[in-house]
Design a protein. Structure first.
Length: 238
């Protein structure tokens, strides 16, 4: 199992094929995505990679977090995430993951925070039908109606679908196809829409419900610290 990456949503555009057809794509940018630390079976009880992306000032950063980045000899990161991997999927600390970590044509799962809609009614938030347009209904056509019933159950159950805050939810979209990658600019173009607003942080990982292509680099495509050449240990050894 390979690691995913942390990307930033740039926006949407389209890509034309050789046949003249256009494919709507979302542009994701890797903002210096580096390995910050390891989680091992012996010490933590599971195997995972801790990745960081973006830049952050250390003025208001807690001392413990500053020490973590100092030990790894990495600049403080804006966003830190963990990705579960197999023991042979560990990447050296300080390595920067490249855009060609994903190959063109493979499917990925993306996770982001949806756009906030503010306070919304039942029809917009839960797709309720509303009340009648005539026959005694006055003013409250978009009301959700009764919420508790009469003697049975005689109360409003917990988690009842009602008007309230809409959006700002963690959403995972499955099986988006990688259309194109740009290693120099750190861009990944995936087909379709990605949850979240422009500038939001997105988790990108190999699709769970689709097979991993054979040409996908293992444990991944990365560049080690010091500006050395890109590395992909298992693929080079194959």
């Amino acid at each position: 199992m390979r690691s995913g990456v942390i990307a930033q949503k740039v926006g949407m555009t389209r890509v034309f094929t050789e046949a003249g057809e256009h494919i709507p794509v979302t542009v994701l940018k890797l903002g210096n995505c580096q390995v910050v630390g390891h989680r091992t079976k012996e010490k933590n009880g599971y195997v995972a990679l801790q990745l960081g992306a973006g830049s952050r000032k250390t003025v208001y950063m807690p001392k413990a977090e500053r020490g973590q980045f100092a030990v790894a000899k990495i600049e403080p990161k804006r966003n830190v995430e963990e990705f579960r991997v197999s023991e042979d999927g560990l990447i050296p600390v300080g390595a920067e993951i490249q855009a060609d970590h994903f190959v063109v044509g493979q499917f990925v799962d993306v996770t982001g925070t949806s756009v906030g809609k503010g306070f919304a009614g039942g029809m917009k938030r839960w797709n309720f039908g509303g009340l009648r347009a005539t026959h005694g209904v006055s003013v409250s056509h978009r009301s959700i109606g009764s919420t508790g019933g009469r003697q049975d159950p005689g109360k409003t159950w917990k988690n009842k679908k009602m008007p309230g805050h809409m959006g700002v939810d963690r959403i995972t979209t499955l099986n988006l196809r990688v259309v194109q990658t740009d290693v120099e600019r750190g861009l990944i173009l995936v087909e379709g829409a990605v949850p979240g607003s422009k500038g939001g942080w997105i988790r990108v990982r190999d699709a769970v419900k689709k097979p991993l292509p054979k040409e996908a680099p293992k444990p991944g495509k990365f560049r080690v610290a010091g500006g050395e050449a890109e590395a992909s240990a298992q693929q080079e050894g194959a």
